[in-house]
Write a protein that binds this ligand. Structure first.
Ligand SMILES: [Zn+2]
Length: 579
């Protein structure tokens, strides 16, 4: 899978040359190459047949303009034919322009599914493509040879998968679901001097200010404008302005007469900008079921609202409750009574510490005193330590009973630190691929002094403690604390199989203090766990809920029939970036 030789001209078959003559393309023949539109008309969709611009009038421009633009961004809802467009665009450039391309999906599983469900049937359904395909098997190798070029299909999780391909173009599909830390690697594949350097980024948006929504924001921002035949008003199509929820039709925002989605054109809000950006919503497809969309708009569960905005309207959405508010943080300060950070602690309470490690010289720390009521805790110290040595001083000055520290990226130093304070320091990692049958939020390996905690539930618990004013904060919060605590937004979504996925997506800059706060909760759990189990089993499982009497976030109240699942299955994740 990793090293596939790029075939030279010597391997090109007589049959291929024959086709090239037929098409008037081939070595040096690009000046007469087929247009994308001509090519696409020979490649029907396996399920829906040939391109139909009556069904999808807004797609015409995608097939006729910007075909050779360096970059295009498409922020979309589902079922609008954009993935079909992107895969055709890729195959077209490989086939006709003899380019090597990299087509990136979030996971390797999706690569397999896409090859089996879309690429292979597309080739089988097209007599033209069958003649152009070289002897490669899309279902097993993630690679197809077409005409004079080839397309590599890759999952975003493994960097080395991406590094092995030098490409002329890259398509980043399901953009917000890609392993975000590997996107720069994928894009570097087209930065070489001989690369055509083409990039297509497409996907369903999630929360404002991140991912594809952010890219669309800085593009030329094209929207489909429709002309009302009755009053001549040109308008964009907005669910709240243009959908008549009684007649279940789209109407003019001015005269309320029915609108014809076919009578439209793409208009850029910022024509001066270089990159084309399209917002393709299901609302502009003439055949879209308005009834279905209206029905979806009336659903009230948080993930249902998220799905409606993201997948039906193709719009970014951040529920108010999905993010810690400045007000909640200020209230936690007021509840603390207006105190300031201490230099040390000599009281008799239980003291815990959470440490997020961004680098050896950037350790974000939260130290807590647990109040006698057994419910609340008070921040004794919040700030940055400049070394592991300084961390040791904090342990002593505050008489820390239990510390939980990030196991990455300085695992060796963190472990050495744990050895300096035997039984008082545990390493923590987030559990990204929990077994859905396993309800335990935290798992502690006593022997290894290592705890694994489920990311979504842990961040939920941290946010909930603050909202309920059980985590008291000082007046002199360090610089960046408030912003970092707000850097994650909780996003719930439901896939085609009905599986609900919840994840925290980072929308701001750093979020180190938020993780230090989470680790402080983990330290608390471990402390009480050790108190309770002096008979020391090797591995102990306890649900976080049993130990910490926090009220579950209302956001977590999914209907019981739903297969709740904190994060996409089988995907590793970066603890800073989320999924
Ligand atoms: Zn009108």
């Amino acid at each position: 899978m990793r090293s596939v030789t790029r075939p030279g001209n010597g391997r090109r078959t007589a049959r291929l040359r024959q086709f090239e003559q037929l098409l008037d393309v081939g070595a040096g023949g690009e000046q007469k190459a087929m247009t994308f539109m001509d090519w696409a008309s020979r490649v029907p969709e396996p399920r829906s047949g040939p391109l139909d611009f009556d069904l999808f009038p807004f797609q015409r421009e995608l097939y006729t303009e910007g075909v050779d633009d360096r970059e295009i961004v498409v922020m979309k809802s589902t079922q609008v034919g954009v993935s079909a467009w992107a895969s055709r665009w890729a195959m077209y450039h490989s086939d006709v322009h003899r380019r090597t391309g990299l087509y990136v999906f979030p996971t390797q599983d999706q690569v397999r599914d896409f090859s089996a469900a879309r690429i292979k049937p597309a080739i089988d359904a097209s007599e033209y493509l069958r003649g152009r395909q070289r002897n490669t098997d899309p279902s097993s190798k993630g690679l197809i040879g077409l005409g004079g070029g080839m397309v590599y299909f890759r999952g975003s999780q493994e960097r080395r998968n991406l590094d092995s391909v030098d490409a002329d173009y890259v398509v980043l599909d399901e953009y917000d679901m890609l392993a975000q830390e590997n996107i720069p690697d994928a894009e570097r594949r087209v930065s070489g001097p001989r690369s055509a350097g083409l990039i297509r980024r497409v996907g369903v948006p999630t929360v404002p200010g991140s991912g594809i929504a952010q890219l669309y924001e800085v593009s030329d921002r094209r929207q489909w404008h429709v002309k009302c035949e009755a009053c001549n008003e040109w308008q964009t199509i907005d669910f709240f302005e243009n959908v008549d929820q009684v007649r279940m039709i789209r109407v003019c925002c001015r005269c309320t007469k029915p609108l014809d989605m076919g009578k439209g054109e793409w208009v850029a809000e910022h024509p001066d900008r270089d990159t084309r950006g399209y917002h393709v919503t299901r609302l502009i497809a003439p055949s879209a079921s308005i009834e279905r969309i209206v029905k979806a708009s009336k659903l009230r569960a948080p993930y249902e609202k998220q799905v409606f905005f993201n997948k039906d309207l193709g719009l970014a959405y951040a529920p108010e409750e999905g993010r810690l508010s400045k007000e909640a943080l200020a209230a936690a300060q007021s509840a603390g009574g207006g105190y300031t950070i201490a230099l040390g602690y000599a009281g008799g309470g239980v003291v815990t510490m959470g440490v997020d490690v961004a680098s050896t010289r950037n350790l974000n720390v939260r130290v807590s005193e647990h109040l006698p009521d057994g419910e609340r805790k008070k921040a004794l110290w919040i700030g940055e330590a400049e070394s592991f040595n300084d961390l040791g001083l904090l342990m002593e000055r505050f008489g820390v009973n239990m510390c939980a520290i990030d196991h990455l990226p300085e695992g060796r130093l963190a472990r050495a630190f744990a050895e300096r304070f035997p039984g008082r320091v545990y390493l923590v990692s987030y559990d990204g691929t929990p077994n859905p049958k396993d309800s335990n939020v935290i798992k502690v390996d006593e022997e290894m002094r290592h705890a694994r905690v489920r990311r979504v539930e842990a961040i939920d618990a941290m946010a909930e403690m603050l909202r309920e004013q059980k985590n008291l904060l000082p007046m002199d919060l360090p610089e960046g604390y408030v912003e970092q605590m707000q850097a994650n937004v909780r996003v719930a979504s439901k896939d085609e199989m009905g599986k609900v996925t919840v994840a925290y997506r980072k929308v701001g800059g750093a979020d180190d203090y938020a993780h230090a706060e989470v680790y402080d909760i983990v330290a608390t759990e471990i402390y009480w766990l050790r108190q309770g189990i002096e008979e020391a089993e090797r591995e102990v499982y306890r649900p976080l809920d049993d130990l910490l009497d926090f009220q579950r976030s209302r956001l977590a109240d999914y209907d019981s029939g739903v297969d709740y699942h904190p994060g996409p299955a089988d995907e590793p994740y970066d603890h800073r970036e989320g999924y």
